[in-house]
Design a protein around this ligand. Structure first.
Ligand code: BES
Ligand code: ZN
Length: 627
């Protein structure tokens, strides 16, 4: 393979959009090296891969899922593009057993390097400039970090690859800047359906064999697989939902507005690039609210409230179809480019579909969360409040804070406010179109922004990019948000606390979830249990079906030692593995001298949680092995 092939590879990617080039750092270079270097790539400290030397272009995955042994065995066959002088291709692996490797169909040597915490090991396979294909036969470990095997009458398996867990179930160049197309053949027990971030079946196959195709190039963190006894229901022409039989009716109702969200999103920032948008309701152990796997969002069942009140999460994962999946953060230090843009886009979708009243309530709630989290992080490590992160030698998971999400959001809202919505929307449409199917790092974004939007000294001065992106805390020019409905809640809360307003006078029944959440999450920490008892008697809050409301209630219940909610607390924590709920609840127990209760519940609940959650909770509860 020679430079022409490399360039052909780049050109074939260019069908999906152009990839910008960055200036080579080391001169002099020959023409071939130059061409390779011009394939844009930021240094990714979280991957061993050396894409300048040899990189994957297409994956053909052939796998078999064994629930009894909790193992996936498979062969990953990659089409690759190599530099003329390439000597090896390097993959990331973590906990995989590599059985054999083949280069262009011929058995080949391979080498596995030493292991680093979080990162795993490099797998090197010798190639030449001419090599077209490498294949790796392997098996996953029963405790692979990406995978959660759910037992019981209805077994379920799901993966969570972001940020760097794909390498625990597929050998891959596990860096968000490296994209590839894929197809797959997966064998599962024949009473279960298999789904991926790709074209998907809508019926079970009697043989248990399923085929998939992802024709658009994606980064490895968007590789996803789920296997379970699920059914499909169509929502609209391009949308649908998968869930287990017990939840399929509820899911169909809850997500009935998915097609409207999709239409609104396209109206804002351009055509949807992935053909279909479906959603899979996962078991409650799913450690996140949602994950934007292309064509098939993975979602926690805890957003099924019965009244469609928690669909902003769907708007968020849908928005990632542009910010993240189309224009992808180059490294995990640039995570805000994925999440900040997505929160912004999410709010615009919410505003378009449900009105500014609702979206401003949501933003007001997230502002409060942001201010609290900025305060907390400033005490620990102020650098972690910069939009541009420094996660070298750290778990990229550390970057999953309100900074990327909500400081990112407010920065983009400031840009909107500074140039006006019309120019801003035009800028964003062009941004997604110009950079579709390519990567973006913070410096390139700044350059693009200065060229296309902030092109006068006045605009630059009004925004203060440095303070937002490379500075700590929340800059002074952070946009102010106001929601009259939230202000009314705050006033009533103050009156209720002082005794000026009775429990019965609260308009709880008229409040939507955002208002209820605001009320409960702002109760003073030292509210006496008797006062919670009054609220519970009036509104049966312990029995609520809205998990966000329940979460805020349980947290206050712990702080007030309102023991009538402790059974619900325990059953909630034994079933739900969503880290956003677990962390504050276990922490509240720890902080209020109820650590024994926390550890007792955790002992039973832990086997049900995903590694992402146990990693955080082990540390929080002082159970982590010293590293
Ligand atoms: N992509 C994220 C989830 C993620 C981030 C997983 C980093 C692993 C590493 C997803 O889009 C997300 O942000 N989910 C949020 C919900 C959202 C409404 C803020 C969540 O799960 O809480
Ligand atoms: Zn997100």
């Amino acid at each position: 393979m020679n430079r022409t092939t490399i360039i052909a590879g780049v050109l074939s990617l260019a069908v999906w959009g152009c990839s910008d080039s960055s200036a080579p750092e080391n001169a002099p270079l020959n023409a071939k090296q130059q061409a390779i270097l011009e394939m844009k790539r930021a240094t990714d400290f979280h991957s061993y891969s050396q894409p300048d030397e040899a990189r994957v272009v297409h994956l053909n995955w052939d796998a078999s899922v064994d629930f009894d042994r909790r193992v996936i065995t498979g062969t990953a066959t990659y089409d690759i593009a190599c530099a003329a002088d390439a000597e090896r291709i390097v993959f990331d692996i973590n906990g995989l057993t590599i059985e054999s490797a083949y280069v262009d169909g011929v058995p080949a040597d391979f080498n596995i390097g030493p292991e680093q915490a979080f990162i795993g090991q490099p797998l090197s396979i010798p190639v030449t400039g001419e090599t077209k294909q490498v294949a790796i036969r392997y098996a996953t470990a029963p405790d692979a970090d990406a995978l959660l095997w759910v037992e019981g009458e209805s077994p379920f398996l799901f993966t969570q690859s972001q940020a760097i867990l794909a390498r625990t179930w597929v050998p891959c160049q596990d860096s968000p800047g490296i994209r590839f197309t894929y197809n797959a053949t997966v064998q599962v027990p024949n009473n279960l359906m298999a789904l991926m971030s790709a074209t998907n079946p809508t019926e079970k196959a009697a043989t248990g064999t399923y085929s998939f195709e992802m024709a658009q190039p994606i980064p490895s963190y968007l590789l996803a697989l789920a296997v379970g006894d699920v059914e499909f229901r169509e929502i609209g022409p391009h949308t649908g939902v998968y869930a287990v039989p017990e939840l399929i009716d509820a899911a169909e109702y809850e997500f009935a507005e998915m097609e409207d969200l999709l239409v609104a999103a396209e109206g804002l920032y351009g055509p949807y690039a992935w053909e279909r948008y479906d959603l899979l309701v996962l078991p409650p152990a799913f450690p996140f609210g949602g994950m934007e796997n292309p064509r098939l969002t993975f979602a926690t069942p805890t957003i099924i409230a019965g009244d469609r009140s928690l669909v902003s999460l769907v708007a968020h994962e849908l928005a990632h179809s542009w910010s993240g999946n189309l224009v992808t953060n180059a490294t995990w230090d640039d995570f805000w480019l994925n999440e900040g843009f997505t929160v912004y886009f999410e709010q615009r979708i919410m505003e378009a579909v449900y009105g500014a009243d609702i979206s401003e309530m949501l933003v007001t709630l997230s502002y409060q969360g942001l201010v609290d989290e900025v305060d907390a992080i400033m005490d620990l490590n102020p650098d972690d409040t910069h939009l541009k992160l420094h996660l070298k030698n750290r778990n990229p998971d550390d970057g999953m804070t309100a900074i990327a999400y909500d400081k990112g959001y407010f920065f983009l809202r400031l840009l909107e406010q500074t140039v006006g919505r019309e120019s801003w929307d035009e800028f964003l449409r062009a941004y997604f179109a110009r950079h579709a199917f390519s990567v973006m790092d913070t410096d390139d974004f700044i350059a693009y922004l200065k060229e296309e939007l902030l092109n006068t000294p006045e605009l630059l001065a009004a925004v203060n990019l440095d303070a937002w992106i490379f500075g700590a805390g929340l800059p002074e020019n952070c946009p102010k948000v106001r929601s009259q409905r939230i202000e009314r809640v705050d006033a009533l809360l103050a009156d209720w606390v002082s005794g000026a307003a009775s429990t019965e006078s609260l308009p709880w029944k008229e409040w939507v979830y955002q208002e209820r959440y605001r009320f409960l999450s702002n109760l003073p920490d030292d509210t006496p249990a008797e006062r919670l008892s009054e609220l519970d008697a009036a509104w049966s809050i312990t029995a609520t079906g809205n998990n966000e409301v329940l979460f805020a209630w349980l947290e206050q219940g712990i702080r007030s030692r309102y023991t009538p909610c402790y059974d619900r607390l325990r059953s909630f924590l034994e079933v739900v593995g969503r880290r956003k709920f677990l962390t504050p609840l276990y922490r509240a127990m720890e902080e209020t001298g109820q650590g024994e209760l926390a550890r007792d519940i955790y002992r039973t609940a832990r086997p049900n949680y995903h590694s992402v959650a146990t990693g955080t909770m082990d540390e929080l509860l002082g159970l982590a092995e010293p590293s």
